[in-house]
Design a protein around this ligand. Structure first.
Ligand SMILES: [Zn+2]
Length: 299
């Protein structure tokens, strides 16, 4: 059995869009459902979901890329029984949005993840998979119409569920030791321009600096503690041991992928530190002890 996806106006993509997805995972016992969002074009129910634990209402959106060869293989993996993975939404390259799990239920997209005090990210979040081959499949650019669809979808969810802008995150933010998605090409600035996600303009990388210049793996001491406290304040699951260890490096790389994507090397250079300072200074609940000291006050 197959599922015909919606019809659209643009002739050049008509054939692709009317293509029927083979869907061997759909069987009579699987219930379809009414989509939560008005921008959904198709519902393809996933077999992989559960109840949100402790009746937790979602207050976070986690963005992913699918990291597979094409949309069909990604949808099969996300919906077929036994794969133990799923997402609430899948956004195709042409902007079509498929819903696979109702928002009220717990989809299985984040895996072992942490943000702030939350360690069950699947229970507190809505997962959106963006079809893109990712780093294993040439990492293509995200088409504009796909990003427009992600923005429209996120805006609706944020409005309906009163989700704060800083709670729209990358999978790599909540699982920095395992994940890179949606990656350094993902246009967070465009999303922020439309009110989706928290973002500040990255501080420029100083001319003449090279890879590895800055606070780097192997360092230790108060500067590393300060860096770790700032990352943890923002939400990253950073250690606070004063050691620039592998875990710290991976979190700095995740921060760079999201907020300073020009160079993702896990080294806290001046640009990375200044961008992190600007980011947390723009948070409403900025604690005084993390406020960067202005140069003239240092003695
Ligand atoms: Zn992911």
């Amino acid at each position: 059995m197959g599922i015909a996806l919606g019809t659209f106006v643009s002739a050049d993509v008509e054939i692709k869009r009317q293509r029927t997805l083979s869907s061997p995972w759909v069987h009579a016992a699987m219930q379809t459902f009414t989509p939560d969002s008005s921008v959904v074009s198709d519902v393809i129910p996933s077999a992989n979901y559960g109840d949100r634990r402790n009746n937790r209402a979602p207050d976070m959106i986690v963005l992913h890329y699918t990291g597979m060869a094409d949309a069909e293989s990604a949808l099969t993996r996300l919906c077929k029984p036994g794969t133990e993975v799923s997402a609430h939404y899948v956004v195709l390259e042409d902007g079509r949005i498929v819903q696979c799990v109702p928002e009220a239920l717990r989809a299985w997209h984040a895996g072992t993840s942490t943000w702030g005090d939350d360690t069950d990210i699947n229970s507190c979040s809505i997962g959106i998979e963006i079809v893109n081959g990712g780093h294993d499949w040439g990492y293509p650019n995200f088409p504009a119409r796909q990003i427009a669809a992600v923005i429209a979808l996120c805006r609706g969810i944020m409005l309906r569920r009163s989700i704060a802008r800083p709670r729209v995150l990358a999978h790599s933010d909540v699982a920095p030791h395992r994940k890179k998605d949606p990656g350094e090409k993902f246009p967070w600035r465009l999303l922020a321009n439309s009110g989706v996600g928290h973002w500040v303009r990255p501080a420029p990388i100083a001319r003449g600096t090279r890879d590895g210049d800055g606070l780097a793996p192997g360092a230790s001491g108060p500067e590393v503690v300060a860096l770790q406290e700032k990352l943890a304040f923002y939400g990253y699951g950073a250690p606070r041991n004063g050691l620039y260890d592998t875990a710290t490096m991976e979190i700095v790389a995740a921060f760079q992928r999201h907020f300073r994507p020009e160079r993702v090397d896990g080294v806290a250079d001046a640009s990375t530190l200044a961008t992190l300072d600007a980011l947390i200074a723009s948070m409403p609940q900025m604690p005084a002890h993390l406020t960067p000291l202005p140069p003239h006050s240092m003695t």
